[in-house]
Design a protein around this ligand. Structure first.
Ligand code: NAD
Length: 310
């Protein structure tokens, strides 16, 4: 694969790591940085590329830098905190903010970066760890057309569909709204399985029927058997991150003065689950919260309706 130039990547977590691997595979020299000690070096050893010792070193080495971080507050800290990235980058540099962040905060960051002659686009993703590994993410890109043009070959190494959504921040607004739809679909699917299970339906059969019928969605197809009925709760997307995304969607609703009662209830349920289940949970573990509310467990058909506990 021909060498494509250097790209910085800050945040080598569940998503950043496989994205680094895709970039390396496409011929980019990835300069990785993560606040977790030793992680960037492990990336360099196991994936390829180079470990940046500090954010400033990464900024000096790269004119294009991707951020794949938990939230906008951390992105701001990475860019403008002590020893931050922005002062170290050369004028004309491009930030590709791929975190699921807050649109208004990204626009504000864009203004501060512009004062330093730096540019930014937002390019959050959908598809989870699985599609990050295969390079089939859906990427929603917001920002100046010429900046998105420059980023496109880099985005193509990680994503199958690159969808242009408009001005800076529009990708992140779209991402939050996508996750709102996804979160609601997940929750109602689990409720349907709990009702069906009590009625005597086998949840696995229910998933097969939904997937062959009009009730199917991404959760019925890619989550219920894989991460819920298996009991693994291991999708790689954290419950706390989903709650954050729903908060962003509701913030966009407030900003646009859009009444969104169902969305508000959905966010409340996900936030309550996070409070009850505690930190460190996968988002699919919200099933356990729904089970508590329904005072029943998802169970195979042969045990359903027999009065057995559990
Ligand atoms: P993660 O928690 O697995 O990874 C985040 C990484 O950022 C961690 O390695 C962490 O150490 C690092 N980090 C935190 N603070 C830092 C700092 N100050 N400096 C440098 N590194 C720092 O999260 P993730 O699942 O990879 O998600 C990243 C973003 O992508 C989030 O905004 C999330 O909402 C979004 N997202 C995740 C998924 C998914 O399936 N996991 C899917 C789509 C979008």
């Amino acid at each position: 694969m021909a060498e494509q130039g250097s790209v910085g990547l800050v945040g080598l977590g569940a998503m950043g790591w496989p994205m680094a691997a895709r970039l390396h595979g496409a011929g980019f020299i990835v300069h990785g940085y993560d606040v977790r000690p030793g992680l960037a070096q492990r990336m360099a050893d196991e994936v390829g590329g180079r470990a940046a010792a500090t954010l400033a070193a990464l900024g000096q080495a790269c004119d294009v830098v991707i951020t794949m971080l938990p939230n906008s507050a951390i992105v701001e800290q990475v860019l403008f905190g002590d020893g931050g990235l922005a002062p170290a980058m050369r004028r004309g540099g491009l930030l590709i903010e791929m975190s699921s962040g807050v649109p208004a905060q990204t626009v504000a960051l864009g203004a501060r970066l512009a004062e330093r002659g730096l540019r930014i686009i937002d390019a959050p993703v959908s598809g989870g760890v699985k599609r990050a590994v295969t390079g089939e993410l859906a990427i929603m890109a917001g920002g100046a057309g010429s900046d998105v043009d420059q980023a496109e070959p880099i985005l193509r190494a990680m994503g199958k569909s690159i969808l242009r959504t408009g001005a800076l921040g529009s990708g992140q607004a779209m991402k939050a709204l996508n996750n709102l739809v996804s979160a609601a679909g997940f929750l109602v699917g689990v409720e349907a399985m709990l009702i069906g299970s009590k009625f005597g339906l086998d949840p696995a059969v229910m998933v097969d029927v939904l997937n062959a019928s009009s009730g199917r969605n991404n959760s019925t197809e890619a989550k219920f058997k894989q991460f819920v009925l298996s009991g693994s709760y291991g999708s790689g997307f954290a419950l706390d991150l989903m709650v954050k995304d729903l908060g962003i969607a509701l913030e966009v609703a407030r900003q646009t003065q859009t009444a969104a009662p169902l969305s508000a209830l959905c966010r409340e349920l996900w936030a309550s689950a996070a409070a009850v289940l505690g930190p460190g949970q996968d988002h699919t573990a919200i099933t356990r919260f729904s089970e508590m509310l329904a005072a029943t467990r998802l169970q195979p058909a042969e045990r359903a309706g027999t009065g057995e506990p559990g």
